[in-house]
Design a protein around this ligand. Sequence first.
Ligand SMILES: *Cc1c(COP(=O)(O)O)cnc(C)c1O
Length: 386
Amino acid sequence: MIKANYPVTKFEAIRTPFYYYDLEVLRRTLQEINHLTETDPFEVHYALKANVNPEVLKTIRDAGLGADCVSGGEVKAALDAGIPASKIVFAGVGKADWEIKLGLENDIFCFNVESIPELEVINELAIGQGKTAQVALRINPNVSANTHHYITTGLNENKFGINLSELDKVTAIVKQLSNIRLIGIHFHIGSQITDLAPFQDLCVKVNEIQEHFEANGIVLENVNVGGGLGINYEHPNHFPIPEFEAYFKIFREHLTLRPGQKLHFELGRAIVAQCGSLISRVLYVKEGTSKKFAILDAGFTELIRPALYQAYHRIENLSSELPEEEYDVVGPICESSDVFAKAYQMNGTHRGDLIALRSAGAYGEIMASQYNLRALPVAYTSDQLL
Ligand SMILES: *Cc1c(COP(=O)(O)O)cnc(C)c1O
């Protein structure tokens, strides 16, 4: 079995479980993004909700990316990491007053607005601060992303965004709000999208919507197509960097930008997933009646994606080169859903072996909980373990 090139002897001395971030993989990913977008009017914002580890954030800031935030806490984390307010966009269906105020106080670039009542509240709070809020309308394009139903967001039945049928009404209201400036339109169709066709569908929809706005005398400065580019969870060693080239090409070729218009992206998973692993130790190998269980010291409290979305993470035994055998790889939490993988082929496994759950850099550490009164996981970077 091919495995990650990790400093296993260093790992031996560290208490498990912990997250490990390979910053070289992250830097190469960021270089690739910057290289592929440098000649286009493209601006990439990192979706902080995927991972806010301070070292990871610093590396992303150093590469010059903007930030996509979905809470006041994330706006604060982006500012604290030194990402300029002029590169921060703020989305979310339920922004609280304090979160909107925080964005206004710091003059963030744009609020991605999801409803009429939200527009009215932002206007009121902006009047209170004597400011003008820049907003983009988050439009629900009714594009199917062919991904897990918990992570598709762009269909009419989802709670997100403004439906196309309501667009004219919303635009008319925006015109009447004194302290709102409409600077763009925003979309986000889902997550872990590996078949790129839905992005092409999105481009077609964006073109139609742009023509509709123009016909009504409205030219917008910004189009934001959100995030959602998927990664290869099966083969992180062969495909550490997602298909950015094909992804950006779709937008370059199929989305018609107007002169001076900027195209914004909000990528989370595609930027950070492959640089991270959850490192755990085998506590026990237990023989069941018909199967073997490898019981780890990490569970869904550290990495909830398998329990929450039946997500697949590649599992590598970093300590063993023994012939492969089949295991149910499980955690120690008192819930039957605390399973990382069933009937999984892994090198012969014993108590004390180090296990890497790969591609865990996105929606891993940030979703950790203290259930069963467990400690939140710590994290190390490749720079720290050099
Ligand atoms: C979650 C989210 C993203 C990032 O999604 P990824 O699948 O991680 O790229 C981007 N934009 C918005 C509005 C989001 O909610």
